[in-house]
Design a protein around this ligand. Structure first.
Ligand code: C2E
Ligand code: CA
Ligand code: CA
Length: 570
């Protein structure tokens, strides 16, 4: 069909080309090439929407073609999926770094291959849409674009900075450059506390300082809001005095709030790395020090790159993982320390990743919170918890409540209540059986809406737990305003010595307070007999921790529960 997208398959082995074209011939117009050079010729003359590229080929191999594609602005936007042998994780990583959108491994699994291509195309369409919108936005700011300057600070805007910085580095290849990425800590707070003019004054003053420090040796840009980037020769700026100078310049403004800039530095090794990736690396270095009291700037290092690659892979695999049921729940029982019976459980997510094995949530939850995937993963977990509840009821005739984590993105989602009601209805469960854990940090986003959501869920019969109480914000104000049913206190935050000192007094008081406010308490992270004795003394009964049991698969949990459901002798 004429309007089908064009897929170019580049592989020197005919068999491979034929197999792949079989997978896609219904949806794509297929072109084929035997090596990089042939492919390059073809791409220059035919509009191609996606390239499947073998890495090892004679004449011109996949790496060379990939480099050429990404360096030419006519072709840089075409997504490329590379094809690798089974044990070539290094080459996969290298290709991803060179700009490949994804990779597929031989021998081809038709489902995976189709899925990857669909994923990449969906992402690409998003990109195109964003570019289109950006183009429309740019038309509106025609004047601005012509002069390349940000109106507020007089610095280069993002596009101009990117263009000029990469040109500078490529022209002066004998000089070693670095990218410094800077932003203000809690700029939003400053804007809230003061008038907008104050915020603007800070940005203008910082911009002035950056320009003065760099002079004509480098390029300075304001990328967005309070984010700045500098491209300077490595020996032109000495970080310690640069940051000190910035501080004293800003303090001369006499603003009653301490303004703190953090900086991340990427010393450029390869001037042909796309400039946005250089900035990303500097920004990763910044993320490491952000919020620190001691370090105000930090350098990019290899471990960040590895972390990023690992994160990229997890993001790439998450969709398929969810479809493929690679995620599952590991319930961790909650015990009553007086009766030694299981009185509940928390459903904790695990990812059985085909290549990396059992991945724990610490690795992927923060990532999925940033990219929004957590909304769907959470819902999957809730459903698994419902299925477990149903199984308990069916096989044993009774069940204990299971609590699930509700990330803040979900809590602020309007469809939450309807979704939960739908689930309960489908599995024929009472709302008391599915407890909802929210973390106290969600409170700072929008206390009023949070309160409203909690009350409305409670009216439906749900029980709400405040997770990780004591970890962050925890103010008495929050306790007063948020009508949660239980507090979950983490024993792990109290060190051994403290347990005997002030911390134990605080813990005891919190437990009393909760009881007087009509709330339950659950203490998690309990590992030792001494802790159990202490908790028993202060009147805490509900315990979740390794002392009793670690999170376990659902079969093990069901077995344990069916044994414990009978009263246990103490
Ligand atoms: P959390 O909600 O505070 O869960 C308790 C964590 O403490 C679990 O780690 C659990 O395995 C661990 N733990 C339990 N007892 C002990 C103990 O005695 N000693 C020690 N050292 N640790 C103990 P896990 O499973 O790795 O989960 C980490 C975090 O990931 C959770 O912290 C939660 O914030 C998040 N998470 C897990 N599953 C989900 C989910 O389905 N959705 C969302 N949004 N977050 C989840
Ligand atoms: Ca939790
Ligand atoms: Ca917790």
């Amino acid at each position: 069909m004429a309007d089908q997208p064009v897929m170019l398959i580049v592989d020197d082995i005919e068999m491979n080309r034929v197999v792949l074209s079989q997978f896609f011939q219904d949806d794509y117009h297929i072109e084929m090439a035997e090596n990089g050079r042939e492919a390059w010729e073809m791409i220059l003359h035919t509009p191609v929407q996606i390239v499947l590229l073998d890495l090892v080929m004679p004449v011109m191999d996949g790496y060379a073609l990939l480099t050429q594609l990404k360096q030419d602005e006519r072709t840089a936007g075409i997504p490329v999926i590379v094809m690798t042998g089974n044990s070539e994780r290094d080459s996969e990583a290298q290709a991803m770094e060179m700009g490949a959108a994804d990779f597929i491994t031989k021998p081809y699994n038709p489902t995976v291959v189709r899925y990857r291509v669909r994923n990449v195309m969906a992402r690409q369409e998003n990109e195109w849409r964003k570019l289109e919108q950006a183009a429309q936005g740019r038309q509106l700011q025609q004047v601005n674009r012509d002069v390349e300057l940000d109106q507020l600070t007089g610095l280069y805007n993002r596009e101009a900075f990117y263009r000029r910085a990469s040109r500078l580095m490529q022209e002066r290849a004998d000089t070693s450059y670095m990218i410094i990425y800077l932003d203000v800590s809690c700029f939003k707070v400053i804007n809230d506390l003061f008038r907008m003019e104050t915020g603007n004054l800070i940005l203008q003053t910082a911009a002035y300082y950056f320009k003065a420090s760099v002079g004509d040796k480098g390029v300075v840009g304001r990328l967005e809001a309070d984010h700045f980037a500098l491209c300077v020769p490595q020996d032109a700026v000495q970080m310690e005095s640069f940051m000190a100078g910035l501080d004293s310049t800003l303090s001369s403004l006499g603003i009653s709030h301490h303004i703190v800039f953090y900086a991340g530095i990427y010393p450029v090794e390869d001037v042909f790395l796309p400039i946005d990736q250089m900035c990303d690396r500097a920004r990763m270095a910044l993320d490491r020090v952000r919020g620190s009291y001691i370090e105000r700037y930090g350098y990019y290092d290899k471990s960040m790159r590895e972390q990023m690659l690992e994160e990229q892979m997890l993001v790439r695999d998450m969709e398929f993982g969810l479809q493929d049921r690679q995620f599952c729940i590991f319930p961790q029982p909650v015990y009553d320390l007086k009766t030694n019976e299981i009185v509940g459980a928390e459903a904790l997510v695990r990812w059985q990743h085909p290549a990396s094995g059992l991945v724990s949530p610490g690795k992927f939850i923060p990532l999925f919170e940033r990219n929004g995937f957590i909304v769907r993963l959470d819902r999957f977990v809730w459903e698994e918890a419902c299925r477990l509840l149903q199984e308990m009821k069916d096989s044993l005739g009774h069940a204990v409540p299971i609590s699930v984590n509700v990330s803040r993105l979900n809590f602020y989602n309007e469809g939450l209540e309807a979704y939960l009601m739908g689930l309960l209805d489908h599995y024929q469960l009472e709302p008391q059986l599915l407890k909802l854990e929210i973390t106290e940090s969600a409170y700072t986003d929008n206390p009023r809406q949070l309160q409203h959501t909690i009350e409305s869920l409670q009216a439906r019969g749900f029980r709400i737990l405040m997770d990780d109480f004591g970890r962050g914000y925890s103010s008495l104000n929050m306790l007063k305003n948020l009508p949660v049913d239980s507090l979950k206190i983490d024993m792990g935050f109290v060190s051994d010595i403290e347990k005997r000192g002030r911390a134990s007094i605080i813990m005891e008081s919190v437990v009393r307070l909760a009881q007087r406010l009509g709330m339950d308490t659950v203490v998690e992270g309990v590992e030792t007999q001494a802790e159990i004795d202490f908790l028993e003394e202060i009147g805490c009964r509900h315990i979740q921790g390794y002392y009793y049991a670690k999170p376990m698969d659902t079969d093990a949990f069901l077995q344990l529960y069916s044994g414990s459901a009978r009263p246990v002798q103490r």
